[in-house]
Design a protein around this ligand. Sequence first.
Ligand SMILES: [Zn+2]
Length: 256
Amino acid sequence: MYDYNIFIQGFPGKSSTHGGLGWSTVTLLSRNDQHIIIDVGSFGVRPLLLDKLEARGLSPSDISMVLLTHTHWDHCVNWTMFPNATIVVGQVDMDWAINEPPGGWHVPELYVKELNSSPQIRLVNDSEEIVPGIVAHQTKGHSPGHLAYTVDNGDYDLIFSGDAAKNRAELLSRNVDMTLDLSESQHSIEYLWSLWKKRENSILVPGHDIPLKLVNGEPVYVHEREADLQYWFSDTLEDYTTIELAEESKLAKQSK
Ligand SMILES: [Zn+2]
């Protein structure tokens, strides 16, 4: 059994004036002294990641493995924080990412180039078992070699969908925002549903939303959302405004 901790909650939103927020999910899986991080977020979360690790008595050097769902900037750049980790990434996604022309919107070209030649990299393929109980699943569309991961956690599975299903709305509507191939994305969402329905009580962790469980076939949140914006429109730093970006109406009754 892995103990799972959502270090950074994914947020299902973007800005019409400032583009993608890149607020993606970062999760720590721990079993005994084995610590795995699934997706590592972007630069802005580095201090938070260090705080969260420290709170558990860990440092970046204690992480033995990083599983990347795909090579987009908001999920992968912080692989450089973990010097002792094997960095797992899809072979197909890496082949695509390193051949993308520089200056595109999704791939952090220098970070993927460095990763591709790093001794830390481990390239994996569809259906590959990475460590006992953790399996990669090719779920293309959002990116050409995107991987979801399933974790056999005893009585239930944890399913990390990455951006194959970024949020609850995409899972429910079977429609997606930001994909390179809509029909591939829709196939991937159907596939994720089949993984999710396989075992009762399985928890799906989207790339940009909080974990969900099926209750009477309906996806409901199993954590409370924490998201806010703080800003200064004032004359002093002490006087700032906080906007909460949370709503609780779709939360499951404390069932964890
Ligand atoms: Zn992405």
